[in-house]
Write a protein that binds this ligand. Structure first.
Ligand SMILES: [Zn+2]
Length: 328
């Protein structure tokens, strides 16, 4: 399924999902919130809400017109007049297994796209597994003692002091998590190390008066890793530790103790999903790159999440295609 021109053609499943999300999002809200929530569906911008774009899994690379795609997405997103754009990780195609030269080439493209788009608004970033340089030492030809090795290069490029941080914007509090930790010599696992978890606990405790949106690359809770599983009654279902936070239980429990946490956004799966559990809406957004710039991924077109966050903690949401058309 591909996009054609300005009018994205939704797959039937996506269209149904969009309707379902709209109905669920509007149910139980007051008239004012309903009007604001409707604004994400194109009915005009309402006052008092914070417009956010969650743009994830760009995977920019020299091939497959990825640069043009990223540029088109930034321009489309800018046209929504967002108050804030938060990227969701996997900004470059891959640095995890790539040489220094190849990794630099991709970061140059990523940074150049924002410059060329001339977007001057508030942009914050999240690190994904592919943004980490050289954790697979053999394939990336690294030693591990290079100054830019690991997360350092991405942090420097993006002007970030830490891979996890929080800030306030409008009435909301935002927490960006670092969900990718090393696993053996060549892999990674979805997890918050203890130091980060304790920081999260303290940060949420100190910001109980603000509705809170948490962003991570790897989902805290997601049903998408189950979708492709075959029925193996004797073996049970096994979810890879790279597909969901392996310490999700303690994070979910912590959210339960902090009812101001309303939203948890993620990427990584290149699919669009919305899951409500214990007062938190977990949204996995589809990828800006779709199927890594080869079209739709499992019928999820290239796009980003568009959210209007209301002061009372309610919100409107719509997964939005930016009209990318794959050629060749
Ligand atoms: Zn990705």
């Amino acid at each position: 399924m591909r996009n054609h021109g300005d009018r994205p053609s939704l797959s039937r499943r996506e269209a149904i999902a969009a309707i379902g999300v709209g109905a669920a999002g509007l149910a139980g809200l007051g008239a004012g919130a309903r009007a604001r929530a409707a604004s994400v569906a194109g009915a005009g911008r309402a006052t008092g809400s914070l417009r956010m774009i969650h743009m994830t899994d760009m995977h920019v690379q020299p091939e497959r017109r990825a640069y043009e795609g990223l540029l088109a997405c930034i321009r489309h997103a800018a046209g929504q007049s967002p108050d804030i754009i938060i990227t969701g990780g996997d900004l470059i195609m891959d640095g995890f297994e790539a040489t220094e030269r190849r990794t630099r080439e991709q970061w140059d493209l990523f940074l150049r796209a924002w410059k060329e788009a001339g977007y001057g608004g508030d942009v914050r970033h999240t690190l994904g597994n592919h943004d980490i340089w050289g954790w697979n030492k053999k394939k990336s030809e690294t030693r591990g003692d290079e100054a830019k090795w690991g997360k350092r290069w991405a942090l420097d490029n993006l002007g970030m002091e830490s891979a996890w941080y929080s800030f306030d914007k409008g009435a909301w509090h935002f927490v960006v998590l670092d969900s990718v930790q090393p696993d053996g010599d060549t892999g990674y696992i979805g997890r918050l190390q203890d130091e980060q978890f304790e920081w999260l606990r303290g940060d949420l405790a100190a910001n109980r008066d603000r509705p809170t949106c948490v962003v991570s690359h790897i989902s805290i809770v997601s049903a998408t890793p189950l979708i492709d599983m075959r029925d193996k009654p004797r073996e049970g279902w096994k979810v890879s530790g790279g597909l969901m936070l392996t310490d999700m239980a303690r994070v979910v429990k912590l959210f339960g103790e902090n009812p101001q946490v309303k939203l948890a956004l993620s990427g990584h799966m290149h699919r669009n999903e919305r899951l409500d559990y214990r007062g938190v809406t977990y949204i996995c957004d589809g990828a800006v790159s779709g199927n890594w710039w080869k079209g739709a991924h499992h019928e999820c077109n290239e796009g980003y999440g568009l959210l209007d966050l209301n002061d009372d903690g309610t919100f409107g949401y719509r997964y939005t295609n930016y009209g990318w058309k794959v050629e060749g």
